[in-house]
Design a protein around this ligand. Structure first.
Ligand SMILES: [Zn+2]
Length: 595
């Protein structure tokens, strides 16, 4: 009896369920053909890629991909295959360098499979590398070097199953979202926990690319577009304006034109407000540095998020990705000097505020007049007991509002942050990101902004961390930072990234990601026969404390009835207990103008 109950609780899938073919429930595909189909190699071509040979029904494993690339690299003096790190399970993080000659050229960095099941970029990249190396497209390398990461998340890639990424129309088996620990690498750029992230951040610093392309496949609703892409803070929300302007004008125009010419249907990625009511609109929003695109925006590297539409067949998605990557290489080569100037301008900027909170704006900030939608109706689902959407595969036109954001919290940046020498996890990540700091040799006394957490709560665990939410109280206190403390100045090219990591209000701060759990620790108490008379003495000595305590007793019956909580409250008010204290200090005051 008990064993049967436990079995039902664990709900292992039956053999009958394992026999189901999940792709059969997908909505009907929209018919498509286009000039990009000519990119597919002939069946007897000795350099046909594994996906082409399979008619794009399957995608090669890590070992098959590596073997195919090793063969290609051996056949071309333009290509080398290197490892830029190791995954959590010890697989090489592979990258192909495609370049002419030995003179350094600006780098275009392309990564596939950060979400390992969204693997279109890998099979497109293999085809493009073949055509660069052996089929006459080597002029793409005349002015830039291509660095291609075929499988950024190899451990997730090897966990392939037809039961991953159920909404994606192919390939037959797909990897997982997260890495071997279930960490979503596209939430990890700021906190940098995963070995894959740490290797990629090091690679970004080493190459400092003029363009960084991150290939995904979207969620969302059905629509007439197949290849979509976007950048951090499209429209008005970018943290660095000059690079965003290049992306929104030059890159967007070149890539959109190339895709349209090749028969594809591109659009800026339409992030849905409500997939069950698509005409409620699409969202434009600021981004934090947890994402590839947000990280690129914060560090001053033009970064593009490609989001192929999930319901388009794998073959169509791969071909569109090929066209996008080729056009991206071409426009980056033509604009290399312009991009370098934009990067320099953004890295010289010294913003003095950081937007930390926002909410949807009440009125649309624009409209897409002729959005290519797909018709749907509703049916009663016995599984959910409500009406569910059924996409009909028939094109319709929608008028779509663009929902923007309005700021609700902006913090003014300090002159510097002070980090105590014991904060190893924080210091390690500052070093990894390349944020500049100095270590002080002697104790340093100065007025500092001390931040206290107000009503902190632990959020559900995600991506290998237990995130924290809190409000914050700020107070200026004269303090002495010990020798060995780090001073992180805001006045540096990565000052805004430092702010996003160190300002407690930031949604991607180390605190918010749970790297500073000591800020949540309960104060150290002692035996009640000591603490109780001490508390009585505190009440007698301090009328303000007495009033605060009385108010809390009156307002919170549960607290009043809980002797341990009452004692803990007094313990938290003992000198030196620092309850809820944010361990990093902010140096706010401006330097004196006269010197
Ligand atoms: Zn993705």
């Amino acid at each position: 009896m008990r064993r049967a109950f436990l079995a039902a609780l664990i709900a292992l899938p039956s053999a009958a369920i394992a026999e189901l073919r999940p792709q059969t429930v997908l909505p009907p595909p929209l018919p498509w053909s286009g000039p990009s189909e000519r990119l597919v190699a002939a069946a007897d071509d000795p350099w046909i890629t594994p996906a082409e040979r399979a008619g794009f029904a399957t995608t090669p494993s890590y070992a098959e991909t590596r073997a195919w690339l090793e063969r290609l690299v051996a056949a071309s003096p333009l290509l080398t295959l290197e490892s830029f790190g190791r995954s959590g399970e010890g697989r090489d993080l592979l990258m192909v360098r495609a370049r002419k000659g030995t003179a350094p050229r600006p780098v275009v960095l392309v990564q596939a499979g950060i979400h390992a099941g969204e693997i279109d970029g890998k099979d497109a990249g293999l085809m493009l590398l073949r055509d660069i190396a052996l089929r006459g497209k080597d002029d793409l390398l005349d002015r830039v070097e291509l660095v291609f990461v075929p499988i950024y998340n190899p451990d997730g890639h090897e966990r392939a199953s037809p039961w991953n990424f159920l909404a994606l129309r192919g390939p037959a088996e797909k990897g997982t979202v997260g890495n071997a620990r279930g960490i979503n690498l596209n939430r990890d750029y700021a906190k940098a926990d995963a070995p894959e992230t740490r290797a990629m951040i090091a690679l970004l610093r080493r190459l400092d690319p003029i363009l960084y392309v991150d290939c995904h496949v979207s969620d969302g609703f059905d629509m007439g577009y197949d290849i979509t892409f976007t950048y951090a803070g499209w429209g008005r929300y970018a943290r660095h304006r000059t690079i965003a302007d290049w992306l929104e004008t030059r890159f967007d125009h070149a890539v959109t034109a190339a895709l349209a010419q090749a028969g594809h249907h591109p659009i800026r990625y339409p992030s849905p407000i409500d997939t069950r009511a698509p005409t409620h609109g699409i969202r434009w929003s600021p981004e934090g540095p947890r994402y590839s695109t947000g990280y690129g925006d914060f560090i001053g590297v033009p970064t593009v998020l490609v989001e192929n539409h999930m319901l388009k067949p794998y073959r169509q998605r791969v071909l569109g990705t090929y066209v996008l990557l080729e056009a991206a290489l071409d426009v980056a080569a033509r604009d290399a000097a312009r991009i370098a100037a934009a990067k320099a301008a953004d890295r010289a900027a010294r913003p003095d505020t950081l937007l930390t909170r926002w909410q949807p704006a009440a009125t649309p900030i624009g409209w897409v007049e002729d959005f290519r939608g797909v018709a749907f109706d509703w049916y009663r689902s016995p599984a959910t007991g409500r009406s569910e959407q059924r996409w009909l595969g028939r094109p319709v036109t929608w008028r779509m509002p663009i929902i923007g954001q309005e700021p609700t919290e902006t913090v003014r940046l300090p002159r510097a942050w002070w980090i105590p020498p014991g904060q190893a996890e924080v210091i390690d990540r500052l070093r990894l990101h390349g944020i500049r700091y100095e270590t002080v040799a002697a104790p340093a006394a100065m007025p500092l902004d001390r931040v206290t957490l107000v009503d902190p709560v632990l959020l559900p665990p995600t991506d290998g961390r237990v995130p924290v939410a809190a409000r914050f109280a700020h107070a200026t206190v004269r303090e002495t930072m010990p020798a060995g403390s780090l001073r992180v100045p805001v006045d540096q090219p990565l000052g805004l990234l430092a702010a996003a990591l160190l300002e407690p209000e930031s949604q991607d701060s180390f605190l918010a990601w749970g790297l500073l759990p000591e800020a949540m620790a309960k104060p150290q108490g002692t035996e009640a026969f000591v603490l109780a008379p001490l508390a009585e003495a505190m009440l007698a000595a301090d009328p303000a404390l007495r009033a605060t305590f009385a108010a809390r007793i009156a307002a919170e019956p549960a607290f009043a009835a809980d002797p341990a909580a009452r004692l803990a409250w007094f313990a938290g008010h003992l000198p030196g207990r620092d309850t809820g204290l944010y361990p990093i200090r902010r140096r706010v005051s401006r330097p004196s103008a006269r010197r």
